[in-house]
Structures are given as structure tokens and as C-alpha cells.
Design a protein around this ligand. Sequence first.
Ligand code: TYD
Ligand code: MG
Length: 460
Amino acid sequence: MTRSGSSPKTVFSCTECGASAAKWQGQCPGCGVWNTLVETIAEAPPAAGARRFVALGGGSGGVQTLSEIEAREEDRLPTGIGEFDRALGGGLVAGGVVLIGGDPGIGKSTLLLQALAGLATNHPVLYVSGEESGQQIALRARRLSLVTGRLRLLAEINLERILATLQAVLPRVAVIDSIQTLWSEQLASAPGSVAQVRECAAQLTRLAKRAGITVILVGHVTKEGALAGPRVLEHIVDTVLYFEGDTHSSFRLIRAVKNRYGAVNEIGVFAMTDRGLKMVSNPSAIFLSQHGVDVPGSCVLVTQEGTRPLLVEVQALVDQAHGNPRRLTVGLDAQRLAMLLAVLHRHAGIACFDQDVFVNAVGGVKISEPAADLAVVLAIVSSLKNKSLPEKLVVFGEVGLAGEIRPAPRGQERLREAAKLGFTRALVPEANRPRRAAADIEVIPVRRVEEAVGRLRELE
Ligand code: TYD
Ligand code: MG
């Protein structure tokens, strides 16, 4: 069989259904989806490696019942950077593969260099850089005042050579910065292509499991917000962390979106300083903007990230539309905004169909929980009426299609955090009303969206 345009050892397989084809084609012959075929290596991994892998997995490798398998907690190796460990679920796990994604320049290399320098004092570690030269990294380490006596570095992009080095050096923790710069000799496609990224990650994962090395992969995020070779990579690795934050502000969030060894949605918070990333141990107030007087269109939300409540200012701007009205969100779900506008119209009689509506979560934070709904609605009403919300007010609650306000999880913790930061009033779902009245914060429970809008008027 001849295959033009590719090396003889590769096939093209579909990232959706796994069907394979000898030649690249636009549409998958299996599931009919377009543009899903990527080049992959045809052969299975070498038999010797596979055998060793099975042996590590559980004695005979045969069928067992769950009760026969000893369920022990993974030993964790803390990185010494508390906020990073928190996002990881307590620390690194031997043989675990962690993917850290984020925009270029957000601080991935900085964080990992700091973490490895700390680990290097007690454990063998290896930093593999395909992006920066040894000299650049040494300079950065010096600027960060890191102790680097035992931190080993390899500037290399060839996968086979990296694998050989890892096998020879056997570090406890290895960083690959970044997965997009690596290339395997076995594939014809260019570094950074989906095929290369996937193959390199798969090979590194295999080695990590076999040799018990913790491998941390750095992945750049494309403009669309997905990691290059998007879902493919997330499936291969054990833990996926994303760096978030506005590169213009100094705060950075690191969020777990997948974790086979711990909870997801835990976040770690850092500030980028001229001496690298510093932990922010009490971050609940960093997403409040700093304007002194209350302004229309601004509403403070108490959101819950993992086990941690955060106060975030939600800003809305509603303005006369010229032509098609525009709906834009930053850090919030755009589809949800359209839904909230419809609810606001149908249930509270407030129409925005001839208005542009822009909504922003301050500080580059991304909020995905529905408990943000009520804050978005009230910020919109406030901007439309050009009236600021009452002072020292916080809000949370989900808005349903029927106009009802649904409870948010961990309401009491949210209220406590708001009170701690000096807020004196909270507009919350009826179901989140505390059983005993809180001493330091006045709780205003609401059942429906029109009631919430009405209560605002009374509060003025
Ligand atoms: P970097 O870790 O190189 O980002 P990534 O690996 O995610 O692409 O971060 C680079 C940015 O961080 C760069 O814009 C400069 C800034 N920075 C600081 O502000 N302080 C520092 O101490 C360091 C090392 C970087
Ligand atoms: Mg980098």
C-alpha cells in the first residue's frame, strides 16, 4: 500500500470517533465529521514497554474485583508553593502527568522554574526547555533570586532525545516547556501540529507511568481559548490546570479543570511581581475595582471557587444601539447573558432590545457558576437606569427561566466572607436566608427577579 504525502508508518485517525484512514481527507469516513483526521503513528507501542506497563498496573494484569485492589491514597510531593499545591489537590503525584495551559506571557515558565528550584534542594528534577536557551533561563533564575545549584536543565526539542535523557537521569519531577515545541522523528508533521502534540504527550505519559516520574507539560492556548490539539491532550493527562488573569493586571489564578487525584475548581491565586509570582493568601478582595464612589452598572458578586469564596465586581454598560444591538461578555457566559435579558424583559418588564449590553467581570477572572446571574441582572438594571446600587451591597443567586431566584451552594460561607470584607447588606435567594439572623450583615432574601429589582428601589 502506498500513501502519498506521509511517512509510511503513519495513518490518519479521527479525533472524534477513532476511525482511521490511509490518507488525509476532509471528512472522517467513520463518523462523517469534518476536519477531525490527524496524523498518528500506525504501530502500537513496543511490546516490551507495554509488558512493563501492565506489570506496574496490578500484578497479573488480569480481571480483579475492586475490593481485591488496595485503595491507598497517592503519596503527594508538595511543591512548596502553597497556592500551586492547592490547585493540584495537595501536591504532585508520582507518575502523574499535569498539563498547565495559559496564554503566552502569563507566567507558566516563571511558576514552574520557581517550583522546580524549590524541589531541587531535596529531589532530582529536570527542566526541559524548548522555548528558551539555557542562558535565558539562568538569567531569569538569577532575577528571581532562586537557588539553582541542583536544578538541572536540558534545552532540547527532539522527543526521542528527551525520553532517553529522562530515562537516564530519572528525575522525580520533570517540566516540559512547552509541549508545542517538541517534535518526534516518527512523524512527518511540524512541531505544534495536533499529531505531534498528541504523540509527544502520549509518549511522555507512558514514560511517566512506567518510571514513576511526575511530568508537568506546559501548553500554550490558541486564540480560540483551547489548547492546541485541544481535547486530545486533556484526555491523555491526569490533571489539567489553567492559568487565568488579565496580563495587564498583576493577579493570576491557577485553576484545576480536571484532576484524577483531587477536586476540580480549586484555585490558587498569585500576584506577578518583579521578583516572580508571589502567593496571595487572602485573595477574596482582589477582583473588586478600586473606584472610590459607587457608579451605575457595578454590582459586587460573591462567587465560590472550589472551597474559597471570592468577591468579584460585575460591571455592565447598557447603551443605545445603532443598528443591531450587541451583547458582549468578558469573563462570563455570553449565551447566558441573552437568556438573562429575556428573563428580565418577560418577568420584570425591563426591555433591552434596542440597547447594546456589555458585561465584564473585573480583573480577568472567568466565572462559570450560575450564581452570578443575579449580579449580572442587577448590574444591567443599574446601568440602564443610570443609578448606582446601594453602597456595601453584595449579591448572589441563580436566575431561572421562570424568573425564580434559585439558591447557590455554600450560601453561609459567602455571606461570612462578604461581612468580613466590610459589606453590610446582601441580596440573596430566599433559600439561602440564614436560619439565625447574622449580626454583621443584613440579609435581604428574594424569591423572584422582579422582586429583586423592586427591592433595589426600596434600598435607596
Ligand atoms: P513567563 O513565565 O515567561 O510566561 P509563559 O511561560 O506563560 O509564557 O512570564 C513572562 C512574563 O512575566 C513577562 O511578561 C514578564 C513577567 N515577569 C514579571 O513580571 N516578573 C518576573 O519576575 C518574571 C520572571 C516575569
Ligand atoms: Mg514560557
